[in-house]
Design a protein around this ligand. Structure first.
Ligand code: ADP
Ligand code: MG
Length: 470
């Protein structure tokens, strides 16, 4: 079997011997060897099983209450709301069957004071946006109550398809009167107060939405992954394997599980932590939490890179020992810079130079400096991709899909824009299981799929509730 560990040689730099030496050391430190990957996958499978067995496990494995699979033939108009980043998106999807759909959407900026104020004000704002959207852009709905799927990408303890209590805030949100409350009830109350004729039919995590959106076109899709600001995954699980499930009499045999996999290895058993990861974690607002996420997702990769660069500056290996105010600032190095640097093929690495000297105001850089920084960016991104692949492998091994192949939907800027991210994932799977098996795992980009997925889940929930009434 080909080993990418061997293929992926230590980069040769035409800088100083000290730079070459530092580069070789970093290359090894950030390399997830095939052996290490195997250990991580094994631990992943164990953690999944614990999470399915009982509440309070490291990887929570939250039942999503999404049970069916779309056929691609679904039809109708449904609304979706997407909250969880800078913007609030309101969309109206028309499902046309044959995997086809059209969409109208509108973005609304969520003001900073709303993100940290009373939850009631945030819900009133959302209701106003939905009202505005329906008036301005919405088309005529056949029956009067409009069904809506709500993508709410925070940690929620889901208790039904449209019920769930907020566990804690992340990503700059910190509204009062929300923790331990049912977010659907809070939003539905705001619709009632404003007399907006909308019914929240489904509460959806973005991983679950991404999975379902892709399944509309490719019904065999069994897993959805987010590789954006954060990272997380969802997949179809056999009900019999969800040991902790205590739901009433069941008429289905599988359910989508929202893994919340960013929590993996809280116990620090298997992940290859470096001093740069430890520094990032210690200085973060959630130390000792989300450790897997902190090695993989967009919020953190720039900061890890910044930590490495600063260490080399302090050792006088980079930039003649000179930093800058911008580079010294926590979170001052954006993850998007990594992608720009890695694709820079100009002889003098002009784009790397631009970021370092113009954007970050480092007084001067040599060609060797720029090569080192580019190689650090590759090492940090490649490690993120290899660790993501370990998560995928863990899920496929657990479900048995590793033997039959799988369609996997992925959304997020890191996967979409970091050069060769997918290739690095595939290489890792090849090292672990061989070419034939790796080739049967198909990744597809499902950009902003979660809104569409939420609309579809709203449709499925609505149909199920009509069937129950009949
Ligand atoms: P979200 O996860 O909030 O839905 P995205 O999927 O766009 O949004 O992910 C945003 C994250 O991706 C940010 O952390 C940002 O730093 C990172 N990012 C943005 N552009 C790029 C890029 N070109 N290459 C790598 N990462 C990027
Ligand atoms: Mg997104």
């Amino acid at each position: 079997m080909l080993s990418a560990d061997i293929q992926h040689a230590v980069p040769q730099i035409d800088g100083t011997p000290e730079q070459q030496e530092a580069m070789t050391a970093l290359h090894h430190e950030f390399n997830v060897t095939t052996q290490r990957a195997r250990t991580i996958v094994q631990q992943f499978v164990e953690e999944m099983e614990k999470g399915l067995d009982h509440e309070g496990a490291t990887v929570p494995m939250i039942p999503s209450f999404v049970t069916g699979r779309p056929t691609g033939q679904e039809k109708g108009k449904y609304l979706a709301l997407d909250l969880g980043g800078t913007n609030l998106r309101v969309c109206e999807f028309e499902l046309k069957g044959d995997g086809d759909f059209s969409v109208h959407q509108q973005k609304y900026v969520v003001a900073e004071e709303l993100k940290t104020g009373d939850m009631r004000h945030l819900c009133d704002f959302i209701a106003d946006c939905v009202d505005n959207f329906i008036t301005e852009f919405g088309s005529h709905h056949v029956d009067h109550s409009i069904q809506l799927g709500f993508t709410f990408s925070f940690a929620v303890n889901q208790t039904d398809i449209n019920r769930g209590t907020l566990m804690h805030w992340t990503k700059g949100f910190n509204c009062t009167n929300a923790i331990h409350k049912d977010v659907v009830v809070l939003l539905q109350d705001a619709f009632l107060r404003k007399n907006v004729q909308v019914h929240v039919a489904a509460l959806v995590n973005d991983t679950v939405g991404t999975l379902m959106a892709n399944a509309y076109r490719y019904p065999k899709t069994s897993m959805g992954i987010i590789l954006g600001t954060g990272t997380n995954a969802a997949y179809y699980e056999k009900l019999g394997k969800i040991k902790k499930w205590k739901g009433a009499e069941q008429v289905f045999d599988e359910m989508v599980i929202n893994m919340e996999w960013g929590t993996f290895d809280l116990e620090r058993r298997v992940l290859p932590f470096t001093i740069y990861d430890n520094k990032l974690d210690r200085e973060s607002i959630n130390p000792r939490k989300q450790l897997f996420e902190k090695m993989i997702s967009g919020m953190y990769l720039g900061e890890i890179t910044r930590n490495v660069i600063l260490q080399l500056v302090d050792e006088r290996i980079l930039f003649s020992g000179e930093s800058s105010a911008d580079l010294n600032k926590q979170w001052g190095f954006e993850t998007a810079y990594l992608s720009t640097m890695v694709v820079d093929d100009t002889p003098q690495l002009d784009h790397v130079r631009h970021i370092l000297e113009e954007t970050l105001q480092i007084p001067s850089t040599t060609h060797g400096d720029r090569q080192v920084v580019k190689e650090i960016a590759i090492a940090v991104g490649r490690r993120a991709a290899r660790l993501s692949a370990c998560g995928v492998a863990g899920v496929l091994l657990h479900t048995g899909d590793i033997h039959t192949g799988a369609d996997i939907a992925i959304d997020g800027s890191v996967y979409e824009h970091f050069p060769h991210f997918e290739k690095y994932m595939v290489e890792t799977l090849q090292e672990l299981y061989g070419q034939d098996i790796a080739n049967q795992v198909r990744f597809s980009l499902a950009r902003d799929g979660s809104g569409f997925g939420a609309a579809m889940i709203a449709m499925m929930a609505h149909k199920a509730s009509l069937a129950k009434q009949a």
